[in-house]
Ligand binder design. Sequence first.
Ligand code: KG4
Ligand code: ZN
Length: 344
Amino acid sequence: MKEQQERLTLALETSCDETSAAVIRGGREILSNVISSQILLHRKYGGVVPEIASRKHIEHVLPVVDEALKEAGATLQDIDVLGVTYGPGLVGALLVGVATAKALSFAMDKPLVGVHHLEGHIFANFLAHADLEPPFIALVVSGGHTSLIHVRSYSELILLGQTRDDAAGEAFDKVARVMGLPYPGGPHIDELARKGRADAIAFPRALSGNQQLEFSFSGLKSAVLNYLNSVKQKGESYVPADVAASFQQAVVDILGEKTLLAMQTLKLDKLVLAGGVAANSGLRQHLQNLCQQHGWELLYPPPVLCTDNAAMIACRAHYQYACGGPLADLHLNAVPSLPLGTVE
Ligand code: KG4
Ligand code: ZN
């Protein structure tokens, strides 16, 4: 086996609506990161249709692997470690990646590592920031998760708290849908919010003001839907930009409050953002201000590494393998609701 920094990892990601394969060298250097997105296909249904997603993954997975190897200038024989997302996600979608990775691992006799999708999102930051080292706090905000994680080392990820109900991204997508914006709604709300007044409508900030590291977004989502319904029922009009800005501000305020609490409780000075919602400009600005006030460093990946991609999965697989993490065998299965981190 090669030295760690020369090791080539090939990883697959098929947990939702992106079929992706990537090759990285060592833990930090991306040689290729091929992403085939199905977003346009699902847009007409207003969200991801699991059955269609699985079928498209089956069509795309092998061409995407070939492309990733070609771009990296590597062959399957050159690969040292294989990584694959095995949860959380859509079961039928995950299974395509898992079955493909197991077949490659068996045929090539290469070690296989099963990767947690959200841990991949956190590890995208190691690809984006060459000098980043644990410990730090990670705020993971995606379509399916909203969690605060203490990344104590490359192998110890401690769950500090998470959402009790909806994820932040889910709330963004549902509000956008009701406002007639295309799927996925987060980026559209973000765009619209820039033109609106964040203090126009007083939406609730659930679990604010207590010492719990927990989130809840279902009440906020309902409050926005109720607001829109009552305006329509009265035959009045509303300002979409004000609704977007006020909703986004409520999400950002509560994410900021709980992140501040986590940073102060654990006395750490590095904050890392991960997941699709980490691309939100309002959230970045708010956390940037917070970090500046306290002398903390804020890190987040560039947009292509914020949304689903296999390079982040390869990075997580590399470090899991390097830390002697458990290897997967042919029994590896998709786990749609795989929990994130350990609880202390
Ligand atoms: O991490 P991700 O690509 O997929 C999951 O693992 O869920 O996150 C997708 C989520 C969607 O809910 C999408 O609307 C949201 O990230 N998103 C955003 C922005 N860009 C993507 N939400 C708010 N503002 C954005 N700029
Ligand atoms: Zn994701």
